[in-house]
Design a protein around this ligand. Sequence first.
Ligand SMILES: Cc1cc2nc3c(=O)[nH]c(=O)nc-3n(C[C@H](O)[C@H](O)[C@H](O)COP(=O)(O)O)c2cc1C
Length: 207
Amino acid sequence: MTPASRAGAPAFLEARRSIRAFIDEPVDRGALDRLVEAACLAPAPHHSRPWRFVVVDRDAGKRALATGMGERWRQDLRGDGVAPERVDELVASSHRKIEDTPALVLACLTWDGLDRYPDEGRQRAEWGMALLSLGAAVENLMLAAADAGLASCWVAAPIFCPEEARDALALPVEWLPHALVLVGHPDPAYEGRPRPPVPLDELRDFR
Ligand SMILES: Cc1cc2nc3c(=O)[nH]c(=O)nc-3n(C[C@H](O)[C@H](O)[C@H](O)COP(=O)(O)O)c2cc1C
């Protein structure tokens, strides 16, 4: 058997990193539209596009989203037994993160274009497929951001509170937020963690 090539990943994939600090400068809406267009080139089941993208670049929207998700997180942390001062610190820091980011892209899933099944197992698998495709769309969006010289970082929060995130922005009831991407012009002082090498022999197998 020929040994597999160890040439590494393409440079455009290496170039995308999660960047969590931005300069205080708005992101042009045309540029944000191009990111959403890139997201919409992702593969999806049955030629569907079960995604909706909400670009939040106004202070009121950022505040509403931070408050809606933050209150739910506060309840969850209290339920976990986290000390009240620590809860306040964590929620305040997540507010700052959202409110200080120039633009947010909230990626939502809908049932639009998906198949419906009478049984729960296949229904769950269908939603799982849509969720996988949303991940592909978000990756496209972040690759396009890197290509445009923009910084981005995926934030998990909405997947833990899709209804709260939806209602905070008064979105249609069938749009369920599942991912949040922070977007902005990168702070040149930001230093991310070094990316560990890919331990190929642990992560893949040939049969
Ligand atoms: C589903 C998902 C959720 C994530 N959630 C967060 C998050 O809540 N906050 C954060 O700072 N980064 C988050 N990240 C970014 C990861 O921490 C990051 O991708 C990882 O550390 C690898 O670094 P890199 O993207 O620079 O290669 C998330 C990434 C994914 C795919």
